[in-house]
Design a protein around this ligand. Structure first.
Ligand SMILES: Cc1cc2nc3c(=O)[nH]c(=O)nc-3n(C[C@H](O)[C@H](O)[C@H](O)COP(=O)(O)OP(=O)(O)OC[C@H]3O[C@@H](n4cnc5c(N)ncnc54)[C@H](O)[C@@H]3O)c2cc1C
Length: 229
């Protein structure tokens, strides 16, 4: 039925691209305790803190209201090696050398419920794959299939949250006149040195690098690489 060919599209391998992006960055992993008012991370003071903690941000900023969307993908290894190929129509199917990957589901999940794979999601993905390519479906599912599920932090309007974190109670006070029809005559009060990048939903790899550049410009006071930010 026709389609759109993205000749310069890429298939990304997250584990490899992330370790590349983190070259020259000092990384410490583990659970982090923060105090936003005092800019403390595990009891150490920082000039700037960027919250990039997905759904956990609901605990750090009670008003932020992120919603979880559970996503499951299926994959096989050791298939016949082929050149990189991607098909998409809502769902997608990717081939990279001897790996195949297809999915993904997009289901509402309550905050706090951990991600888990399910047979129902696997069946949904199998149906979608059959519609994309019956041949591909037969060849991929003849091998042992692995399922993986994770949660996407999503905003109500599907746009990401990038920038300074508002001081919620001060903002309510500053803008209280709006209820009575008064014009907004002040900038939103923010928590000094506290920033966030979040709510990427299903598009974190697409938007992440751009959002990172916008955020770096905000943190360092440089010109923004976005026309509207
Ligand atoms: C099945 C599936 C398929 C997808 N496909 C695509 C795609 O094709 N293209 C695309 O662009 N995007 C895709 N996405 C979406 C993409 O994965 C997300 O948008 C992206 O991962 C969001 O990045 P993030 O860093 O904001 O959040 P996350 O990747 O969720 O990372 C948040 C991190 O914060 C850590 N954390 C939380 N609290 C704390 C704490 N207190 N201390 C320390 N660490 C903490 C967590 O452990 C986690 O590592 C897909 C997602 C899923 C689930």
């Amino acid at each position: 039925g026709g389609g759109l060919l993205h000749k310069r599209a890429l298939v990304l391998e997250p584990a490899r691209i992330i370790s590349g992006l983190l070259d020259n960055v000092r990384v410490r992993t583990g659970t982090v305790e923060i105090s936003l008012q005092d800019r403390l991370v595990n009891a150490e003071v920082f000039d700037i803190i960027v919250l990039a903690t997905a759904m956990e941000t609901n605990r750090q900023l009670g008003w932020v209201g992120l919603e979880g969307r559970l996503g499951q993908v299926e994959s096989v290894a050791d298939a016949t090696p082929v050149q990189a190929e991607a098909m998409a129509s809502g769902h997608y199917a990717l081939a990279l050398e001897d790996q195949r990957l297809w999915g993904a589901t997009f289901e509402k999940i309550e905050d706090g419920v951990p991600a888990a794979t399910s047979a129902a999601a696997r069946a949904t993905n199998a149906d979608a794959l059959r519609q994309l390519s019956p041949w591909w479906q037969r060849s991929a599912t003849s091998l042992p299939v692995q399922s993986r599920a994770a949660i996407r932090a999503t905003t109500a309007d599907r746009l990401p949250l990038v920038g300074a974190v508002p001081d919620y109670s001060a903002a309510l006070e500053t803008f209280s006149g709006m209820r009575k029809g008064r014009p907004v005559d002040a900038d939103a009060p923010v928590l000094p040195g506290i920033f966030m990048v979040n709510g990427f939903g299903a598009r974190g790899f697409t938007w992440g690098p751009w959002a990172g550049r916008v955020l770096a410009a905000m943190c360092l006071g440089g010109p923004s690489p976005a026309e509207v930010a």
